[in-house]
Design a protein around this ligand. Structure first.
Ligand code: BGC
Ligand code: MN
Length: 324
């Protein structure tokens, strides 16, 4: 048996410190890796075959123009776009009612951008010019709908999306992009289009350390075919306050055997505009998530209610103002 001596004691002490150090390091590594940088994504060479190439049937296209090209999605990594802090000069060329149609070619893709909103004027002032500049370069036909909750009732993002989706579908948009007002895409190759299966666009957000926190996350920005949105009966209208409605929507898609696709991490980068969280976190969101899944058939797109609605056409967006 080893004699108890200073030598043994100091060795034990070193061992003890080593154990502490390694526990500390692995904890740190765990937190730094919380979520995934290397999530599964659709192979780049399969994107074209997966594009949901549909234009709004209401569009009148000129048969003499060539079909628009989307080859830019395959370009090598380039610089990320800078996010301006204000806009002094923004030219709304080609935009009316929040909608834009490329002039030199016939788009193969039409998308309705649904942006839910309440009291975020500063963010909106950056978001609108930024996203128009971004989308005008993509050769797509798009229209921005701003769905504003114009009351002081608890925030209901799911209901706002359902209301926006209804109008966009009435206008025959084949693809819906659900988009937070505080998120700005930074890589020009992030094509705003639907794939055959739903797609989560904002997989790599700077404020989330460019990490995807969990595989079924669909919050932020997501592209869903209008027919699939309808198939799953849209969002639940029962989530109020912050959180959960997007997870519920994601489960609805998965329950209907739809997949969630993503583009590679570099292409999926977003900047999040600074803000203080306004809607109170919904403490019941986890319980609701379990409870509302069986209610999919009668809670959603087909049951959304509002007290009043106004639709106004502004240059940079079509406003759908609602009181819930
Ligand atoms: C919430 C989601 C949110 C996500 C990422 C989850 O806990 O339920 O609504 O999108 O966190 O912030
Ligand atoms: Mn936000």
């Amino acid at each position: 048996m080893a004699k108890w001596s200073w030598g043994v004691f100091s060795k034990l002490l070193q061992l003890h410190n080593l154990v502490r150090l390694s526990i500390g390091l692995s904890t740190l590594a765990f937190f730094l890796n919380f979520g995934s940088f290397n999530y599964d994504h659709i192979p780049l060479d399969e994107i074209d075959a997966n594009l949901y190439k549909h234009v709004n049937p209401n569009l009148k296209l000129d048969p003499n123009k060539p079909a628009c090209d989307y080859g830019f999605i395959h370009e090598p990594d380039g610089p990320m776009l800078e996010i301006p802090t204000s806009y002094d000069e923004f030219l709304p060329t080609g935009i009316a009612n929040g909608s834009f149609l490329p002039s030199h070619c016939n788009p193969q893709l039409s998308v309705a951008l649904l942006v839910t909103y309440r009291k975020r004027q500063k963010q909106l002032d950056i978001f609108l010019p930024y996203i128009h500049n971004y989308l005008r370069k993509q050769n797509i036909h798009y229209k921005i709908f701003l769905i504003e909750q114009q009351d002081d009732a608890p925030w209901n993002k799911g209901a706002l999306y359902n209301i926006g989706a209804r109008l966009a579908m009435d206008e025959r948009f084949p693809c819906l992009i659900l988009h937070d007002v505080d998120l700005l895409p930074r890589d020009p190759r992030n094509l705003y289009a639907c794939l055959q299966q739903p797609r989560h666009l904002s997989a790599s957000v700077d404020r989330l350390r460019h990490v995807l926190p969990y595989w079924y996350l669909l919050g932020g920005a997501a592209a869903v075919r209008a027919d699939q949105y309808k198939l799953v009966n849209g969002f639940s209208n029962l989530f109020t306050g912050w959180g959960g409605e997007d997870d519920n929507f994601s489960f609805r898609l998965l329950d209907n055997n739809l997949q969630i696709l993503r583009f590679p991490e570099r292409v999926s980068r977003y900047a999040m505009l600074p803000h203080v969280k306004q809607a109170a976190v919904n403490p019941r969101r986890a319980a609701l998530l379990r409870q509302t899944i069986p209610d999919q058939r009668h809670d959603g797109l087909n049951s959304v209610k509002y007290i009043a609605m106004e639709v106004k056409k502004y240059r940079l967006y079509t406003l759908i103002g609602v009181r819930l």
